[in-house]
Write a protein that binds this ligand. Structure first.
Ligand code: PLP
Length: 431
């Protein structure tokens, strides 16, 4: 539907936001016209995109999707972006591999089907390219000229790259103590990168202040004032997983939780597929994964609380290190409603899980992927995850960005002189 651009109050041009119909409050349900707003005027609850979906022809819609491009835009009829997005420069992420992980399944005692959705295959090597692809289009639609974000690392790189491709200026904010690879892969795209002396939660607070100040005028913050649109990008993970399974919802999905946005939008995506008749309605369980050193949501889940109490993060899983997660309460709701759980593992288990996935499936995950796989293993061991069913675990990032986590256990087996005697002496030949 058409909306007025809101970046300038004197500008009366309208833009097309595809099938998106309105923004609706996730707390009180009040509806608002589409625009660059993110909080309800009545109750301050977070806003999300609501749709007028093309119901009534699931076969036609399925065919349209299947004949679309091999990236997130194959789901354009289900996303809040202009219809001609494919003709504009965008990183076009998505359609990553759904790996049937039989070796891993054997190690974990899984007799059902186990898959790893490997989102390290995106353009900047994390799932963040999906959400940023939507945010960039929303920023264009609203006339923002600078793209920004508060980031635990991967988002900064995704925004930098997407802005470069789209021809927008970028200025992104990160905590000062990130892994070197995250800093380099955020800075290399030529935008401004500002390191803040504080935690991610300090960075996020700072960005909220900047939005309210003339200094931040004309800036689109992907995960703050563009958050309703940004979040929709995570739905494509749900769409792809189901389409790649032959339009079927898996029984169990394990998803890492930082702010919790990704997990809540995957659930939203599954509900939409059911509503649209693209998949059969069936029960599924959603599991959230956190690092013990930053586990505000799993702590609340296990204590039976509805309120998520903020924590000060201390974990190697820096991309998940959000101590005060915006979507925490919604994650609790979804885990409880679907019969899933939120669980956490310590840093040693994260490192073990990274090694396990690498050695069984040839997938090198970043620490967030180690958290997800470590929690998957723990949930199987404690009986919360049924090993006879179909399970999908999401690897959201690339191990090359968090080399330090495994650097001292991934070394040459031997260092030898370049001759056969030396190799024989090393005892590595098969006999
Ligand atoms: C940001 C991020 C997440 C979690 O995202 P939320 O939507 O904030 O929960 C998971 N994995 C990686 C690698 C990330 O960068």
């Amino acid at each position: 539907m058409a909306v007025q651009t809101a970046a300038s109050t004197t500008d009366t041009t309208t833009v097309d936001l595809g099938p998106a119909a309105a923004l609706s409050c996730r707390e009180c349900g009040e509806r608002f016209a589409l625009g660059p707003i993110f909080a309800c005027e009545l109750c301050f609850g977070p806003l999300e995109v609501a749709y007028d979906f093309p119901v009534g022809d699931p076969e036609g819609l399925r065919k349209k999707i299947e004949s679309g491009p091999e990236n997130v835009w194959r789901y354009a009829p289900l996303l809040p972006v202009p219809a001609d997005v494919a003709s504009k420069p965008n990183l076009n992420p998505g359609w990553t591999q759904l790996v049937k992980a039989d070796n891993l399944a054997r190690e974990l005692g899984v007799t059902g089907r186990l898959y790893v959705k490997d989102d390290s295959g995106n353009p900047t090597h994390s799932f963040k390219d999906r959400v940023v692809a939507q945010a960039v289009e929303a920023a264009r639609a609203f006339g923002y000229t600078t793209l920004s974000c508060s980031s635990t690392g991967n988002l900064a790189g995704a925004v930098g790259a997407a802005a470069a491709r789209a021809g927008l200026r970028s200025c992104v904010f990160i905590p000062h103590d990130l892994e070197q690879a995250k800093v380099v892969t955020a800075a290399v795209y030529g935008g401004e990168l500002v390191a803040i002396e504080g935690t991610y939660d300090d960075v996020n607070r700072f960005c909220s202040e900047l939005i309210g100040d003339p200094l931040g005028e004309g800036w689109g913050f992907t995960n703050v004032n563009l958050r309703p649109y940004y979040g929709e990008g995570s739905k494509t993970l749900a769409y792809e997983i189901c389409e790649q399974l032959g339009w079927e919802i898996p029984d169990q999905i394990v998803i890492p939780v930082a702010s919790g946005s990704q997990l809540t939008k995957i659930d939203k995506g599954l509900q939409e597929l059911i509503k649209l008749g693209l998949v059969a309605d069936k029960p599924y369980k959603i599991f959230g994964a956190q690092a013990t050193g930053c586990s505000p949501v799993s702590t609340a889940f296990k204590a039976g609380h509805d309120v998520v109490r903020p924590q000060k993060p201390d974990t190697i899983a820096k991309s998940l290190a959000i101590g005060n997660p915006a979507d925490g309460p919604y994650v609790l709701d979804i885990a409880r409603r679907t019969g899933g759980a939120v669980e956490d593992v310590d840093d040693a288990a994260v490192v073990e899980a990274i090694s396990l996935l690498a050695r069984t499936e040839g997938i090198f995950a970043e620490t967030a992927g180690g958290v997800t796989l470590g929690v998957t293993k723990k949930l199987i061991e404690n009986g919360q995850l049924d090993p006879t069913l179909t399970t999908v675990a999401i690897n959201t990032g690339d191990g090359l960005k968090t080399l330090d986590a495994v650097a001292d256990r991934a070394r040459p087996t031997a260092t030898i002189k370049p001759n056969l005697d030396a190799f024989r002496a090393a005892g590595l030949a098969t006999d």
